[in-house]
Write a protein that binds this ligand. Structure first.
Ligand SMILES: [Zn+2]
Length: 289
């Protein structure tokens, strides 16, 4: 039982793990210890990024063994605000379209694939139910973490005040520039949107330079965090953790332990879609034993 996040090696894979209760585990797998090669090296968990299926399958098997879980349910993530309730299963990930899921079932891990987006872990104080939410800018603006907590409260009849949350690694505000369109979307949804944005005076280069030295714009199809339109100015820096923390604390949830590491800054441990564009996905998992 780890009362704070610890990096450990299990069955050859490295993961951060936090176990606030012997029946409950929160994990974030690094990219180390898998079999994928090239830009996906090595513990890629997504079938949808161009990696070989058999490598992803082997990686997911290693992750299940590391956590000693019979099954981990993942979803086809689309940056939606859909919260799924998982019971029975597991079923093919491609048949479940959603960006958050909840369960009260022991032995069924809930997995989320991320490369810069924030994984929000939610659990009941008495470990009766768990949930996980995929919070990039779209999920955050759609208040997906709040919807997940409300759905857990409703479905499992637990008061919101008995729910706890923890935040995993994600891209930090120093590294995460967005356009004015994202800023204005938050303004519509959050009265205090100013608290999560800072104006970016010297825009950060988001991609490699072309041979002529001009900056190449990222392909929005490859970058799940990319705004819909890529207006060059003005730019803002968005703090995903601050926005989700504010949402959940306002709801009465207590934050326990979160990880402050930035996925963009540490290429040894983390995939970053913003940094590398063609890359793998780390897996965040929450499970009841
Ligand atoms: Zn950073």
């Amino acid at each position: 039982m780890n009362t704070d996040w610890q990096l450990r090696t299990a069955d050859g894979v490295d993961c951060f793990e936090y176990s606030p209760d012997p029946r409950l585990v929160l994990a974030f797998f690094t990219r180390r210890g898998g079999v994928s090669r090239g830009p996906y090296e090595s513990l890629n968990t997504s079938f949808a990024v161009g990696d070989e299926d058999r490598n992803v399958e082997e990686n997911l098997t290693r992750i299940r063994h590391a956590l000693q879980l019979p099954a981990i349910q993942t979803m086809k993530q689309t940056h939606s605000d859909t919260v799924l309730t998982i019971a029975g299963g597991p079923v093919l990930a491609e048949t479940l379209i959603g960006d958050a899921c909840i369960t009260g079932q022991a032995g069924m891990g809930l997995g989320l694939k991320v490369a810069d987006c924030l994984p929000v872990y939610v659990y009941a104080e008495n470990s009766s139910c768990i949930g996980i939410a995929h919070c990039g800018w779209r999920g955050t603006a759609a208040k997906l973490a709040e919807k997940t907590a409300r759905e857990m409260s409703r479905h499992f009849s637990v008061p919101l005040s008995s729910l706890r949350f923890a935040l995993g690694p994600c891209i930090c505000p120093n590294c995460y520039e967005v356009g004015a369109d994202v800023r204005s979307e938050f303004s519509r949804e959050f009265a205090n949107a100013d608290a999560f944005f800072t104006r970016s005076e010297t825009p950060k280069a988001q991609t490699s330079q072309n041979r002529d030295g001009t900056a190449e714009r990222p392909d929005p199809a490859l970058d799940p965090l990319s705004p819909r339109s890529l207006d060059p100015f003005p730019k803002y820096r968005l703090d995903l953790r601050a926005a989700n923390r504010w949402l959940l604390m306002k709801l009465g949830l207590l934050e326990t332990r979160s990880i402050a590491l930035c996925t963009y800054e540490d290429g040894r441990l983390f995939y970053s879609a913003r940094r590398d564009q063609v890359t793998g996905r780390n897996l965040a998992v929450i499970a009841l034993r």
